[in-house]
Structure formats: structure tokens, C-alpha cells
Write a protein that binds this ligand. Structure first.
Ligand code: 5GP
Ligand code: ZN
Length: 112
């Protein structure tokens, strides 16, 4: 557990969250400030800063559950977007790897 990491605190139950899915490696929770009708965050249970520091095994596991989470949140048929903000210029505000899954409306593009 990384010190002062909001997502580590969510994973350890120190900050409440609305859980959507959980397995041995990952917790999926609703974003506290949703940017779309469906906006969940895929959080690895073991702290790693970002997609650059994450192991390929972890990333493979997280991606392998995307279809299931999209089904659970009701967006698999109409479509959805995955976002991994990385670093300062990438807009990452919480330095614990997370994959945003957004959907439930037509999403704009480009995002900047
Ligand atoms: P980033 O900008 O790092 O890609 O995304 C961080 C996300 O975490 C934001 O969408 C923000 O709303 C969400 N967030 C920040 N604090 C909390 C929290 O305490 N609980 C939950 N569920 N989401 C949070
Ligand atoms: Zn963390």
C-alpha cells in the first residue's frame, strides 16, 4: 500500500466506494465524479504508479475483464471507451494505475 494513495485507501476499505466487480488482482468502482452515465475505474489491488510501471501480466489481466465489466455496467452492446491517463501531460491526477471505462451516451472526440 502506497502512503497517501487514494486508490490504495479505497482498496483497503479506508475510503468508501461503490464496487462493481472484484477479483484477486483488481477492484472496479464507480468514479466519484462521473464524466458519463457509466464511469467506472479499474484499479489493480497492488499499487503501481501507471501503465508504464505496470507488468504486462497485470495489464493482460485487467484487459481480459473489460468485456465482463462492460456487460455488468450495461454498455457492451452500444459501446464504451477505455482511457488510461498517464503522467502530468496525460492528465493523470491519481498516481495509482487505473483504467477509466466510460459509456452510456455518445462520447465526444477528441477529448482535448
Ligand atoms: P485521472 O485524472 O487520474 O485519470 O483520474 C482520476 C479519477 O479518480 C477521476 O475521474 C476522479 O473523479 C476519480 N476519483 C478521485 N478521487 C476519488 C475517490 O475518492 N473515489 C472515487 N471513486 N473516485 C475518485
Ligand atoms: Zn495506490
Amino acid at each position: 500500500m502506497a502512503e497517501n494513495c487514494i486508490f490504495c485507501k479505497i482498496i483497503h476499505g479506508e475510503i468508501p466506494s461503490e464496487k462493481v466487480y472484484e477479483d484477486e488482482k483488481m477492484l472496479v468502482v464507480c468514479d466519484v465524479a462521473p464524466a458519463a452515465p457509466v464511469h467506472v475505474l479499474l484499479l489493480p489491488k497492488q499499487h503501481t504508479d501507471d501503465v508504464v510501471t505496470a507488468s504486462s501480466e497485470l495489464l493482460r489481466h485487467m484487459m481480459s475483464k473489460v468485456k465482463l465489466i462492460a456487460e455488468k455496467t450495461g454498455v457492451v452492446e452500444k459501446g464504451f471507451r477505455l482511457v488510461i491517463n498517464t503522467g502530468e501531460e496525460g492528465g493523470q491526477t491519481v498516481k495509482h494505475l487505473h483504467i477509466h471505462l466510460l459509456g452510456g451516451k455518445v462520447l465526444g472526440w477528441p477529448p482535448c
